[in-house]
Ligand binder design. Structure first.
Ligand code: ATP
Ligand code: MG
Length: 387
């Protein structure tokens, strides 16, 4: 029955001059997601439309994860001829009546095309009357109707009865590039999702300690990136072997400081990669007070290791809230699979919770920073993921 899909863009509307660029990015992402499908995509007064021949539901499912889209409706597209609009409204109601009992309805016309000679109220009245003539057993209820028929008048008219929520946010790539430090845990995939949803094009960096940690640990992170690619469309995973650095720290530094020192190394290496590959910031899944390395003091000492900004989108969230998002975006089940994280393998029994920067810097002097970082960078591996 449907021959078009209407897509609403939410916050994009607010973006003034940037709007054109934002819309182009979104168009491109929709085309990417729909891959080789030869579909007509066009814009009309702030909305995006796709003309479809078949499988409207399948197409909606594919585009529903694209950031920047707030609402999607399958529609019947008609010309502006009143009779055609009327027929589309009747067809929409008939179709819905096959699925569920409908005793009451309401017509909601919006007229983005101000040249259309009939105003919204008058359209509602006329179409309502036509529906009542056609289906004598149903009535109008403007407060709590069993169904609403949306009539959207633009260069064409789009008649719909469903509004399907999109993921919202801003189109990918409209807010810079970020490098996510991705462990195999629950928090960092959520952090990646949250920043990607705000328009950041994200790539991933993971640290492993192979052969001390297994191939499986790497595989798990790859699975997570694969899942996140549902939203990111295309992404890159960098991995670095941190084993040598861990062993050096364990050998030469106070045990209770090893986690914080290792974290600082992670940031320094991430910063090197970010500068080289032009990422604007680092992103982590740190949440205040969650573990010893995430107290306010510890975060301060970690921050001091680099000058690139570190974004921590889950900083103020409870674990249960983070888990809720992880479930919703589909990463939770993979995140909770057992694995040996390189941090947990080397983590001390009693880590410092209130580290002092000067003391940490002092402990680090026995390590040859530059060489260790350079050697670690030699182990860099890169893999790309596509939807
Ligand atoms: P997550 O925070 O993802 O649930 P976790 O709780 O095991 O995993 P933490 O020890 O809390 O990780 O680490 C805090 C943050 O540091 C992570 O969210 C992640 O951004 C980064 N991080 C930790 N371990 C790694 C790693 N092996 N590779 C890359 N980043 C890591
Ligand atoms: Mg964590």
């Amino acid at each position: 029955m449907y021959n078009a899909i209407s897509i609403s863009l939410g916050e994009l509307v607010l973006k003034g001059k940037n709007r054109g660029q934002f819309e182009q990015k979104l168009d491109l992402q929709i085309k990417r997601v729909l891959k080789e499908k030869e579909l007509k995509l066009y814009r009309d007064r702030g909305k995006i439309f796709i003309d479809t021949m078949e499988d409207t539901e399948g197409i909606i499912k594919e585009i529903s994860n694209i950031f920047g889209i707030v609402m999607i409706s399958p529609c019947i597209k008609t010309t502006l001829e009143r009779e055609e609009i009327r027929n589309a409204v009747i067809e929409t109601i008939s179709y819905n009546r096959k699925e569920k009992q409908i005793n009451t309805f309401k017509i909601m016309t919006s007229r983005a095309n101000k040249k259309y000679p009939v105003d919204s109220m008058e359209m509602n009245r006329w179409l309502g009357g036509e529906v009542l003539n056609h289906f004598p057993d149903i009535r109008v209820d403007v407060h709590q109707p069993d169904m609403i028929v949306y009539v959207d008048i633009r260069s064409f008219c789009y008649v719909a009865s469903q509004k399907i929520k999109g993921v919202g946010g801003l189109p990918m790539g409209t807010n810079g590039k970020g490098l996510v430090l991705l462990s195999g845990g629950i928090d960092s995939p959520v952090a990646a999702y949250m920043m990607a949803r705000r328009g950041v094009r994200v790539s991933f960096l993971t640290f492993h300690a192979y052969p001390f940690t297994s191939e499986w640990a790497k595989d798990k992170v790859r699975q997570l990136v694969d899942l996140l690619t549902t939203y990111c469309i295309e992404s890159t995973l960098y991995s670095i072997n941190l084993l040598n650095i861990y062993q050096e720290i364990k050998k030469k530094c106070p045990e209770d400081e090893s986690t914080i020192i290792a974290r600082r190394f992670m940031m320094k290496i991430a910063e090197e990669i970010a500068l080289e590959k032009q990422y604007d910031f680092l992103i982590t899944g740190e949440s205040l007070g969650q573990v010893a390395s995430q107290t306010s003091k510890a975060l301060g000492v970690i921050d001091a290791a680099v000058s690139i900004p570190i974004l921590r989108p889950v900083i103020g969230m409870d674990k249960t809230e983070i888990i809720e998002i992880a479930r919703r975006i589909g990463t939770y089940e993979t995140s909770i699979l057992p694995y040996e994280d390189c941090c947990s393998v080397f983590s001390p029994l009693h880590p410092v919770t209130q580290p002092k920067k000067d003391k940490i810097l002092e402990s680090e002097t026995v390590l040859n920073d530059m060489t260790l970082i350079e050697e670690a960078l030699q182990t860099l591996e890169k893999e790309t993921f596509k939807l």
